[in-house]
Design a binder for this molecule. Sequence first.
Ligand SMILES: Cc1cc2nc3c(=O)[nH]c(=O)nc-3n(C[C@H](O)[C@H](O)[C@H](O)COP(=O)(O)OP(=O)(O)OC[C@H]3O[C@@H](n4cnc5c(N)ncnc54)[C@H](O)[C@@H]3O)c2cc1C
Length: 385
Amino acid sequence: ALARARDLAPRLAARAAGHDTAGTFPAADFADLRAAGLLGLLVPTRLGGTGAGFADYTAVAAELAAGAGATALIYNMHASVTGALAHTPDDLARELGAPDSFFSARDRMLRRAAEGALYAVAMSERGAGSRLSRLTTAYRRTEHGYRITGTKSFVSGAGHADAYLVAARDRTADEPRVSYFLVPAGDGVRVDPVWDSLGMRATGSHDLHLDTEVPAEALLGGIEGIALPMAQVMPQWLVASYAAVYAGVARAALDTAAAHLRERGLHTLPAVRARLGRADAAVAAARLTVDEAARRVTEQPGEPATNRWVWRAKLTAGDTAAAVASSALEAAGASATRRGHPLERLYRDARCGALQPATSDVCADWLGIAALGGDPEHDGEAPRW
Ligand SMILES: Cc1cc2nc3c(=O)[nH]c(=O)nc-3n(C[C@H](O)[C@H](O)[C@H](O)COP(=O)(O)OP(=O)(O)OC[C@H]3O[C@@H](n4cnc5c(N)ncnc54)[C@H](O)[C@@H]3O)c2cc1C
């Protein structure tokens, strides 16, 4: 899978500028990913997938991101859905209360991904961001399943996904009881094409209006109220799957700057070289942090020390991408700020890493509480999610 991702990266890179300018979904990239079997990367082999783990995913995502950050970011959303479904141990699912019917529904969802279905994530909302406890999209039980109503924002791949992971709250509960549903595209799911943003423009992260009824099996885990506990038990999919993407974007900024500096004959200037040297060290450090988090997630999932690395990885990758792209642009000079120059796009794409959940500030607060010996999930003034 890694070799296939590496082969595809130059093709994605060649299309990235066009999709960035137009703000359009990279359909040809996803045709390539589908043909290469990468939509089934995290699906177990018994269901037709590659059976990869979190560490494999991070390596693949970083390669794709070095080609086109936006494509890798959409892919990350699909990986979060399939990875969380595939990697939740059956025992843990049962412990959380999953009924027997969940396991066959889960297998169907995963098999469809291995066959080429694309899943997107519709969690964020205007006014609430990604704070699950503040969501207003609501569901209520019906005779055959659930009725979901509300509006989502920032839905990467909207209009091109086969189904959306929708986070919604129980309209009848007093406490914020937030559940996940896999909602198929189609009737009752309307895309509002409003996306026109600074960076990662090719993600096509439009708004989504929901007024739809889904069958009971669309409830993920078969359990209501699973969203908040999952964020704590398996933070890698909510907190750190982006980290690999931004580690890849940081590397692309470094490589692109090096090519530009040679081409312009600027590489002989010591101050310019020193910027590249610092960027090189920062990119390597971010990648090692991501790899260490991924290794621990694979070997010791859910351990407190593992989760701490997960938060470190998100913080480090997001901040490094922004800092490296900014410094690389300064080393490259004003000519690289022209629209259409790859560093100009990378600078804008890299700026998004720290803003995605958990934001760098939220990661830093979480890690600060942990460093002070506190409980980062529960200490602090505001709810984490
Ligand atoms: C390119 C891109 C693609 C995206 N794709 C998707 C997608 O596919 N699906 C999806 O659901 N969302 C997606 N998002 C949305 C994104 O992941 C965030 O949910 C969204 O950016 C947050 O919304 P917000 O602008 O209201 O900012 P917020 O995250 O609400 O942040 C505003 C400020 O509040 C702070 N803050 C936030 N939460 C806390 C907290 N708990 N405690 C203390 N401070 C806090 C932040 O640090 C920040 O300073 C995408 C975003 C981008 C930029």
